[in-house]
Design a protein around this ligand. Structure first.
Ligand code: IDC
Length: 474
């Protein structure tokens, strides 16, 4: 019965359909693709050469495959070795085409590309860029709709109604023995360290970073870029680029990014001095305008004097400050960042002879199952005299494995909370060792939130980091 009238149209229905079809025309025009892009081009120059880092942000509708084009103002400029795009140059006109893995750019998404170039007379920065033929003005162009579209309220994806950690705290600085936020109030940042990004790159993706910011409610993401052990020294441009991408991913989620120049063996930071200068010149130039970057210039010096570490710091810090004058820099300390204790010294050598630069903090590392009361009493004392930052610690033994010592970890973290000392836990990875938060194999999948994917250390750390932050604004 109900279907009897199918196929028969009344006059009224015909009129309604025609009207509907007419109304569809402007409605369709209103959905024509919005386009827009913003480009940040940073060049580090030296006599005859430069490294360019280019951040491309898509402000319009999602694109699948892109070509960025610009013209060099100086005809002597040439693109040399490039990364993350295919480059071609005709005269002064250059195009960079996306690769398979970075061609899709959602609305608001960014990607970073770069190249080494040469110049003859000068190296001025190109002024105009186009993305898929549209000039990047930093704003969005949408064909004017004839029909007013319904406005959907924008939902800001933050876990805290007051804003993300970076939104609340802004540019950090050192005040007295504390890390302070933009209001000059002492704060503590709590988060996780990657494992070596040369080995665990697959663990650092949108889903895992979403879990860290949203489910763990972390404030801090430490990017452990080993220098040796198949790290930075094997491909400086590639590792610089990877670190920059991870900085962007942390920034997009309102987390601070701690850029860790992960020296370990050899323990003398001077062995890597030139690499450190090159690396920090590049990352500080590229990230100077960001508020979420903290620089950690030497993970764990060992077998060297404090005087050597200080001399290294006083050569690397000016390179960073030349580009990013207000950034906080963390300096590693003697004996695997134990403030000297593991080689029979203590914090007094630093107190008596601090790094000659403002806005500097000192690293302290511990592994809870190996380092107990005597290390804690050093930290309790040093915390009143030096700005400390626990850029790395484990809940386990100093090997990265063995027993998870939750009693010692709790004593440590209570001490750090009491002094508002920031910390990053080793590691946000699925390594088989017990210090790793995730069960082995987690990073082959796409689920990172919740406790189902976590090992003992991860369950403990997630609980601890998830507790509400205390970020005073007045
Ligand atoms: C360990 C890793 C382990 C890796 C080893 C050598 O957990 O998988 O094989 O490095 O690269 C540190 C270092 C940190 C160590 C960690 C645990 O900063 O690189 O990671 N640790 O041994 N200092 C004290 C302990």
């Amino acid at each position: 019965m109900r279907h009897q009238h199918r196929g028969r149209l009344t006059a009224g229905a015909v009129i309604a359909l025609v009207l509907g079809a007419l109304m569809l025309v402007p409605a369709m025009r209103a959905t024509a693709a919005a386009s827009g892009c913003a480009v940040t081009y940073t060049a580090n120059t030296w006599q005859g050469g430069f490294t360019a880092n280019i951040v491309i942000k898509n402000l319009g509708d999602p694109v699948n495959g892109w070509t960025l084009a610009w013209t060099f103002p100086d005809s002597g400029q040439k693109v040399g070795h490039g990364w993350s795009a295919t480059y071609s140059q005709q005269g002064s006109a250059v195009t960079a085409r996306s690769l398979d893995y970075n061609g899709s750019l959602a609305t608001g998404a960014s990607t970073t590309i770069g190249f080494n170039g040469t110049w003859t007379t000068a190296n001025p920065t190109p002024q105009t860029f186009t993305l898929n033929g549209v000039t990047c003005t930093g704003s969005v162009t949408t064909p004017t709709p004839t029909v007013t579209p319904t406005v959907t309220p924008t939902v800001t994806p933050t876990s805290n109604p007051n804003g993300t950690p970076v939104e609340i705290n802004g540019q950090l600085r050192v005040c007295g023995v504390n890390l302070c936020n933009q209001y000059g109030k002492p704060i503590q940042l709590r988060g996780m360290s990657t494992h070596g990004i040369q080995w665990f790159a697959k663990c650092y993706n949108n889903a895992s970073l979403d879990a860290l910011a949203g489910d763990w409610k972390a404030d801090l993401f430490r990017i452990a870029m080993y220098v040796q052990e198949q790290g930075y020294e094997t491909n400086p441009a590639e590792f610089t680029n990877r670190v920059n991408t991870l900085v962007d991913m942390a920034e997009a989620r309102g987390m601070y990014a701690l850029i860790d120049f992960h020296i370990l063996t050899p323990g003398d930071p001077m062995y890597n001095l030139e690499r450190a200068k090159t690396f920090f010149a590049a990352v500080s130039a590229r990230n100077a305008a960001k508020k979420n970057v903290i620089y950690e210039i030497a993970n764990e010096p060992n077998g060297v004097s404090w005087a050597t570490i200080k001399s290294y710091a006083e050569q690397v810090i000016p390179v960073i400050r030349a580009n990013d004058p207000d950034a906080v820099v963390v300096v590693g300390t003697r004996a695997w960042s134990s403030l000297g204790v593991s080689e029979g010294s203590n914090e007094s050598e630093i107190v008596n002879n601090p790094v000659n630069a403002p806005n500097v903090m000192y690293a302290f590392h511990f592994y809870a199952a190996s380092h107990g009361d005597n290390y804690r009493s050093t930290v309790a004392r040093a915390a009143t005299r030096l700005p400390l930052f626990v850029t790395e610690f484990g809940t386990v033994t100093y090997t990265g494995g063995g027993t998870v010592d939750l009693a010692s970890t709790t004593a440590w973290l209570n001490l750090l909370d009491q002094h508002k000392i920031s910390y990053a836990n080793w590691t946000f990875s699925d390594h088989e060792e017990s210090s790793a938060a995730f069960k082995a194999g987690t990073c082959n999948g796409s689920t990172y939130a919740g406790t189902g994917v976590l090992k003992e250390s991860g369950v403990y750390m997630r609980d601890r980091i998830r507790t509400p932050d205390n970020f005073p604004t007045s």
